[in-house]
Write a protein that binds this ligand. Structure first.
Ligand code: SAH
Length: 215
């Protein structure tokens, strides 16, 4: 006999429980993640696994990150209601939607035009009007909108890209995975000080590589 399917409420409870047990404790982050339905960002055959704590494939050979990793990165980013946030690697748009619930404005860049277009459609359907989507190579950041209070990169570079460091506001925070693309990478939290930068290693992670040019 097959067990009865979990109800929406049960799945949501399990989803939040998984986040908490992995260390996502910030109330604002948990509430944003409770509000943004991950199922809307996962399309096709994997849709019914949207509430499990695992990364899933999306279009253009990319992945939507594991919810607990999204939660831990968002928590480390410490987004404030007035924050102007830059995300490199829109992917499905899930992370951007959560950031949009926490900050004032989110600029999100991806090198795949199709992903940007699909994410935009979901943002519009959710009435998330404080997200600006851009197709481009995010390793150069978005100089015309700099400085940013918060920057999050959801693809791995070998080192923090210089243009992104330069586009951080004083007191600003950047969270990004660094390391070789085919190995375990390290999640790094960079804080811009009055003079220089502070670097803190958070945990091992695995992301797709930050690539040059358009996809
Ligand atoms: N944040 C996403 C997951 C991102 S997957 C989510 O919530 O679903 C990583 C994304 O980074 C991919 O979509 C890939 O196309 C993008 N990417 C890789 N290199 C890039 C670059 N140089 N500039 C912009 N986007 C890039």
């Amino acid at each position: 006999m097959t067990p009865p399917a979990a109800s929406d409420a049960e799945r949501k409870m399990q989803f939040l429980f998984a986040l908490r047990s992995k260390g996502v404790t910030d109330k604002r982050v948990l509430s944003a993640m409770e509000t943004v339905d991950r199922g809307l960002f996962v399309k096709g055959i994997f849709e019914d696994r949207a509430y499990e704590d695992m990364p899933l494939p999306i279009a253009s050979g990319q992945t939507i990150s594991q919810p607990s990793v999204v939660g831990l990165m968002t928590q480390a980013l410490d987004v404030q209601p007035k924050s102007k946030v830059l995300e490199i690697g829109t992917g499905s748009g899930y992370q951007a939607a959560i950031l949009a619930r926490l900050g004032r404005r989110v600029y999100t860049v991806d090198r795949h035009r199709t992903l940007v277009r699909e994410a935009r459609a979901v943002f519009d359907a959710l009435d998330l009007h404080n997200i600006t989507t851009i197709t481009g190579d995010g390793s150069f950041g978005l100089p015309e909108q700099a400085p940013f209070d918060r920057i999050i990169v959801t693809a791995a570079a070998e080192d923090p890209p210089g243009p992104l460091l330069a586009q951080m506001a004083i007191g600003g925070i950047m969270v990004l995975p660094v390391g070789q693309s085919d190995a375990v990478q390290t999640l790094l939290k960079v804080t811009r000080l009055n003079a220089g930068y502070d670097y803190q290693e958070l945990m091992p992670v695995r992301f797709v590589p930050l690539l040059e040019g358009l996809g």
